[in-house]
Design a binder for this molecule. Structure first.
Ligand SMILES: [Zn+2]
Length: 346
C-alpha cells in the first residue's frame, strides 16, 4: 500500500539533536530513557521498562491479535575508567567498538559515581610533536592512550580526591551538528538517528490519527552495542524489524540519503518474505533505498533470535557514513526510513 503521510521535519531534526547531544554509553541509559519517555508522553502511548532498562512503547492496532515488534537502540559507544596512572591520567577501557584512532584528541566528560562531571581529552601517550619521536606513528589503542583530566592533578591521589575511580563512565563528546544542507553529524547516529526517526513516526501517527494494521510494540533497547540489546522481547511479538544504521562503503550501494534494507549480515540472512515485502514497499512508494549485505554487523533481531525467540526478523535503517568513527547521515535517509516503516505498519 502507498503511504502519503507527512513527516514533521522540524520535529524530527529537533528530536534528533536533543537525543544525539545526550550522553548514553551502553550501560548508562536510564537518564536518556527518562528523556525519551518525556518526549513521547504527549502522544499518549503506553511506555514500559523491563528490568535491564529497555523501553517498550505500545501502539494499539486495528487488529490486536498480532503484534509486530520494532526496535532501535539508544545505547552508544563510550569508555570507562580502567585505572589511574601515577602521573594523574586515566587509563580507559572501551565500551562497544569505537575506531580508537578517531578518539585521539577528542574531548570527553568523566562522570563519578556521585554524579560529578569533569572534562578531559583522549590523547596518545606520546602526545607532543616537539618531544616524542613517535608522536605520529604510535598506535592509537587502549595501551597507548590516556585521558588527560582538566583539573590540577599531579598524582593518583589528586585524582582520587576528585572522586574519580575505576568503573566511572567516560562520555565521548558527540559533537552534534546539523547543517543547512541537511546533514546530521554526530558520533553516535548509530542508532540514535533511528530512534529519532521512530519518535517522529509516533508523532506522525498521533498527529494524523493513524492506527497501524496490527498492534506495534516498539523496543528502545540498551546494551545493543555489547550484543544482547533486544535478547528479551515481549512474548506476543511474532515478527520484528530492527531499525539500525545502514552500512556505507566498499561494494555496498547505500548512500547517506537512502533507507538501507539488509538482506544478510554477519548473523546470517534476514527473513526472506519480510525483506521482500520491505523492498516492494520501498519501490511502490518511490523511496530512495538500497539492498545490501553488511559484512561486519549484528542487530537487535540477531540478538532476539540467538536468545531463542521464535520470530521472523528484518533489518532496515538510515545510511550512516563512517560508522563507529565520526558518523554522518542526511535528513533524507531518516525520512525514507520513516516512510518505509509507516508503509509497512499502516
Ligand atoms: Zn547500531
Amino acid at each position: 500500500m502507498k503511504s502519503n503521510f507527512s513527516v514533521n521535519k522540524e520535529f524530527l531534526l529537533k528530536t534528533a539533536k536533543e537525543i544525539l547531544e545526550f550522553n548514553s554509553p551502553t550501560g548508562f541509559c536510564f537518564e536518556i530513557m527518562d528523556k525519551i519517555e518525556a518526549i513521547i508522553k504527549p502522544f499518549g502511548y503506553n511506555f514500559e521498562r523491563n528490568n535491564k532498562g529497555c523501553g517498550t512503547i505500545t501502539v494499539e492496532g486495528k487488529n490486536n491479535e498480532k503484534t509486530i515488534g520494532m526496535c532501535a537502540h539508544v545505547d552508544t559507544l563510550g569508555a570507562m575508567v580502567r585505572s589511574i596512572t601515577p602521573s594523574g591520567n586515566l587509563k580507559f577501557t572501551i565500551l562497544g567498538g569505537p575506531i580508537l584512532p578517531t578518539l585521539d584528541s577528542e574531548y570527553c566528560t568523566i562522570r563519578t559515581r556521585e554524579g560529578k562531571l569533569y572534562s578531559g581529552t583522549f590523547l596518545s601517550t606520546s602526545p607532543a610533536a616537539h618531544v616524542f619521536e613517535d608522536s605520529k606513528s604510535k598506535p592509537r589503542d587502549e595501551k597507548n592512550m590516556e585521558v588527560r583530566i582538566d583539573e590540577i592533578v599531579n598524582c593518583k591521589e589528586d585524582v582520587e580526591k576528585l572522586g574519580i575511580g575505576v568503573g566511572d563512565f567516560i562520555f565521548i563528546d558527540p559533537k552534534t551538528t546539523i547543517t543547512e544542507s541537511g546533514f546530521i553529524k554526530s558520533r553516535f547516529i548509530d542508532d540514535k538517528g533511528s530512534v529519532a526517526a521512530i519518535i517522529a513516526l509516533l508523532e506522525m501517527m498521533h498527529r494524523e490519527n493513524l492506527k497501524p494494521k496490527n498492534t506495534v510494540k516498539i523496543i528502545i533497547s540498551t546494551y545493543e552495542e555489547v550484543g544482547h540489546g533486544s535478547a528479551s522481547i515481549p512474548s506476543d511479538i511474532s515478527e520484528m524489524i530492527a531499525v539500525d544504521m545502514g552500512c556505507i562503503g566498499d561494494d555496498l550501494s547505500c548512500t547517506e540519503y537512502d533507507v538501507s534494507i539488509c538482506a544478510k549480515d554477519s548473523s546470517g540472512p534476514y527473513d526472506y518474505n519480510m525483506t521482500t515485502e520491505l523492498i516492494n514497499l520501498a519501490k511502490e512508494n518511490n523511496l530512495s533505498y538500497a539492498v545490501d549485505i553488511y559484512p561486519m554487523y549484528g542487530s537487535d533481531v540477531s540478538a532476539a533470535l540467538r536468545a531463542g525467540n521464535d520470530i521472523r526478523g528484518a533489518l532496515i535503517g538510515p545510511g550512516v557514513h563512517a560508522s563507529h568513527g565520526m558518523e554522518r547521515t542526511h535528513v533524507n535517509a531518516l525520512e525514507n526510513t520513516i516512510k518505509l516503516l509507516s508503509a509497512y505498519l499502516i
